[in-house]
Design a protein around this ligand. Structure first.
Ligand code: UT7
Length: 325
């Protein structure tokens, strides 16, 4: 790799709102059942933000925890990238609000909108800033309050999503000193021909409203397995890594059946797949860093481990990233 700097993952943090909404409670709200939701998705419960609890508040908390884990302070951070499809406001960027909440006073802050693929896009973007020496330490956050854009009378979508935030600190380390550590590659894709499969039916320049999430679930499902498998193969190829050498797969947590289908297709052992979907639901851009945080904190992901992250979401967008801890 010829870049001057490598982005080393120095710390990870996560935040989940206190309130847990179980399938049984949901089945009192719409015509569904715990059995249907578990069979079709693997989800048992999800966290839901409290009234007034914003995306920026959760993002800042996850960010604070990532900074503490990395042993760095707000004065060290010169870039904040927040991946979110549920910003506090149409503008400014949620990243700017997070910057103020954390007491970061220099560098740049902006949001990335790639829905569920947002964290992979944000990680890749921050990695490119670091590789060129434009950032020395970046805070990359995925944070969502999808509970605010769900149609709570639509059983085909409201049972699937949850709220939360996850964050990583990337530190620029001269490539010669980084050894094998750091972000080894990423692969990003988008295909706007499929906008209608997963979208929100409102927005500032169309309806002047926030809108609600709409999804043709079974069609998204079909694209998901193929696209995620493609992203994994491409990122591994680009980084000259054998998929069999990956220690941990940290996938976007949309549906247990998608995780299993992708693992089966690529011959990935299930014991290497980090899954949180049963407890978190689909937290969109927060799902990968939340799963990372859990696996780092419980000691599964250790220094030296090769970790593969992937996601797919509205757009359609999809992508993958490889990093050695
Ligand atoms: O994160 C971004 C990417 N998103 C995804 O990757 C999500 C991908 N899609 C999925 O995970 C699945 O397609 C779903 C979980 C959304 C749906 O599962 P499915 O096996 O594809 O079911 P389906 O949409 O084909 O619906 C099957 C049946 C329908 O009834 P009929 O038409 O067969 O009578 C639905 O009305 O299930 C019905 N249904 C429900 N029944 C009980 C849909 N939602 C529910 C529900 N409870 N909550």
């Amino acid at each position: 790799m010829s870049d001057a700097f490598r982005s080393v993952i120095a710390g990870v943090g996560g935040y989940l709102p206190e309130r847990v909404l179980g399938n049984d409670e949901l089945s009192l709200m719409v015509d569904t059942s715990d059995e249907w939701i578990r069979d079709r998705t693997g989800i048992r419960e999800r966290h839901v933000a409290a009234d007034g609890e914003t995306t920026s508040a959760m993002a800042a908390e996850a960010g604070k925890r990532a900074l503490a884990a990395a042993g760095v302070g707000p004065e060290d951070i010169d870039l904040i990238v927040v991946a979110t499809a549920t910003p506090d406001m149409t503008f400014p960027a949620t990243a700017a609000i997070v910057q103020a909440k954390l007491g970061v006073t220099r560098g740049a802050a902006f949001d990335i909108q790639a829905v569920c693929t947002g964290f992979v896009y944000a990680l890749s973007t921050a990695d490119n800033f670091i590789a060129r020496g434009q950032s020395k330490a970046a805070l990359v956050i995925g944070a969502e309050t999808f509970s605010r854009i769900l149609d709570w009378s639509d059983r085909s979508t409201c049972v699937l999503f949850g709220d939360g935030a996850g964050a990583v600190v990337l530190k620029g380390v001269p490539t010669a000193e980084a050894g094998e550590r750091g972000v080894l590659g990423s692969y990003l894709r988008s295909d706007g021909r499929y906008v209608d499969l997963l979208y929100v039916d409102g927005g500032p320049s169309s309806t002047k409203t926030v809108g609600h999430l709409r999804m043709v679930g079974n069609q998204v499902f079909r694209h998901a397995v193929r696209n995620i498998a493609e992203a994994i193969e491409r990122v591994a190829e680009g980084a000259s890594v054998d998929i069999a050498d990956v220690d941990w797969f940290v996938p976007h947590q949309a549906n247990q059946r998608i995780l299993e289908a992708v693992a089966k297709r690529l011959g990935i052992d299930e014991s290497k797949v980090v899954t949180t979907v049963s407890r978190h639901g689909n937290t969109s851009a927060a799902s990968v860093p939340l799963a990372l945080d859990e696996a780092v904190r419980d000691g599964r992901i250790k220094s030296g481990d090769l970790v593969l992250m992937e996601a797919m979401g509205g757009g359609l967008t999809w992508g993958a990233a490889l990093a050695r801890f």
